[in-house]
Design a binder for this molecule. Structure first.
Ligand code: MV4
Length: 501
């Protein structure tokens, strides 16, 4: 096993990786930009190196800087986390070039999966079902229009270098096909520097269901079941759960086998995720493979009891998978909610500011993976995800209720968060019934805004008067209300100058 690794990331995932290393006796090196000087990942690591300028290209995306640090400090491996350099084949190659182990798959596999056309072709050969469409080399408009007519409408034009909905166009009729192809090419060129597109039959009301896989460097591959990730806003996942409400043992076995076949077809190593779309008749199709640890990995850990980060470290150090597919089981139900510093009443724009007070709920089987603390500044430099809250219970209904409870007790003061929006989603009848597709939020929450913008003015005045009478300290503390007539009885646990508990 490694003795010392560098964690090339920040925030909650850097914390998650560092803690896993501590538990198995690996020393960690954290890197940080100027604005992250006091961040939790920096506090926890054994050694820390300042990258300076907070802009991503100068810090967490700067390959030469990070490689040099790893060499200087004698790190045997680099864990990239997710985002930043996690799926950058040049970074993985640069690690290999200087004999620092990249904790993830090979640069070749990362490149292959980054090319959505090449990935689909590889999967077709491996007998993994892909969405019917045109994935060919002919790229002139006339050829693409001809292929599009064969597929029929509606269809989607997608960018080969894409993912996440960029460069994607829905085409409902033939007369709009050519301009949509041109539009998709233009967008893809400017976003990815590549205008290769492909065409696909449009699946109506699809679900996004993905399978976690682990593959060692000795040819062993297992899957750790599915995650249902259909609840997304603008291609950003916000609620994930496992098991999927539509999964059956038969479908799970078929999709799990397909995921393992997909990984084997490319000689995959380390942790990865095979994404599928599942239609209303439960047909499933390969979408893409994510060659990294994912944000939503904790729900798989909660239901399988397997620590995915530790397996990434073991696999990268050359160990064999000791887990056998037949011995793996899913137990109970886990949900993850992503808490963002964004304002649902202001078009979900990022909310920047200081986190005056942060307190996460605790309890049996509630997990808070966060990289935030009271007093921390939320800057515009990085992703506005503050924390991931995970609830685990015996069954889906209890897991939903537990999550609603936990969200209600998550205190974030100073910036606006999406917590109220998450609770509203979890309470929706169609969510509770498990009737969710990738269009859930558009279908039911298109123009959703927080209607209750705050307390009524008379309540605020009552609170202010009450506090000015009863308090001397001007400090915000957690308060246990004992006065049965206090207006605070009705609004929460936090107040200025109260007696702390
Ligand atoms: C689709 C689709 C329907 N049919 N492909 C969106 C992002 C990219 N990863 C693929 N996406 C989709 N591809 C076919 N043939 C619907 C979507 C889609 C979607 C997929 C996954 C999660 C959320 C989504 C939200 C809207 C559309």
């Amino acid at each position: 096993m490694f003795k010392k690794i560098l964690v090339a990331n920040r925030g909650e995932i850097a914390v998650r990786i560092i803690k896993a290393c501590q538990e198995i006796g690996i020393k960690t090196v954290a890197i940080y930009s100027k604005v992250d000087k006091a961040a939790p990942h920096v506090q926890l690591a054994d050694e820390t190196i300042n990258l300076g300028d907070p802009t991503p290209v100068e810090s967490y995306l700067n390959i030469p800087k990070i490689i040099k640090i790893a060499q200087d400090i004698g790190a045997e491996a680099i864990h990239p986390g997710y985002g930043f350099l996690a799926e950058n084949p040049d970074f993985a190659q640069s690690c290999n070039d200087v004999n620092v182990k990249f904790i993830g798959p090979s640069p070749k596999v990362i490149s292959l999966m980054g090319d959505k056309i090449a990935a689909k072709k590889t999967m077709e050969k491996a007998m993994v079902p892909v969405i019917p469409g045109y994935h060919g080399v002919e790229q002139d408009n006339a050829a693409l229009v001809k292929e599009g007519k064969k597929i029929g409408f509606p269809l989607l034009v997608k960018a080969a270098a894409g993912g996440g909905g960029k460069g994607m166009r829905l085409v409902r009729s033939e007369n709009l096909l050519e301009e949509s192809i041109e539009g998709a090419k233009r967008e893809s060129k400017s976003a990815f520097g590549d205008d290769t597109v492909f065409l696909e039959k449009y699946l109506d009301k699809p679900r996004h269901i993905e399978f976690q896989i682990l593959a060692d460097e000795h040819g062993n591959v297992i899957h750790l079941f599915e995650r249902e990730c259909s609840i997304q806003r603008r291609h950003q996942k916000i609620i994930e759960e496992t098991p999927s409400p539509v999964m059956t043992p038969q479908l799970r076995e078929k999709m799990g086998n397909a995921a393992v076949a997909a990984a084997k077809a490319v000689g995959y190593t380390n942790a990865g995720t095979v994404e599928f779309m599942v239609d209303g008749d439960l047909n499933f199709y390969f979408m893409e493979m994510n060659t990294r640890l994912q944000v939503e990995h904790p729900i798989t850990e909660m239901t399988t009891g397997i620590d995915l980060v530790k397996w990434q470290l073991r696999i990268a150090s050359g160990m064999k998978l000791s887990l056998k597919q037949k011995d793996l089981t899913q137990r109970g139900h886990a949900i993850e909610c992503r808490i963002y510093a964004e304002d649902p009443s202001n078009g979900f724009l990022p909310s920047i500011g200081t986190l005056e007070k942060v307190e996460a709920p605790t309890g049996p089987n509630i997990r808070d993976d966060s990289g935030i603390y009271s007093g921390m500044k939320v800057t515009p430099y990085y992703d506005p995800m503050l924390a991931k809250l995970i609830a685990y219970a015996e069954n889906r209904e209890e897991s939903i209720n537990k999550m609603i409870w936990a969200l209600s007790h998550y205190v974030v003061m100073g910036v606006t968060t999406n917590i109220s929006f998450l609770k509203t989603l979890l309470k929706h009848q169609e969510f509770i019934k498990g009737n969710i597709t990738t269009h859930f939020i558009d279908d039911y929450f298109k123009d959703w805004t927080v209607t209750k913008k705050g307390l009524p003015i008379d309540a605020i005045i009552a609170l202010a008067v009450y506090d000015s009478i009863h308090s001397k300290k001007q400090e915000i503390v957690r308060y246990k209300e004992t006065d049965p007539h206090s207006p605070w009885k009705h609004v929460g646990r936090w107040r200025v100058g109260g007696k702390g508990v």
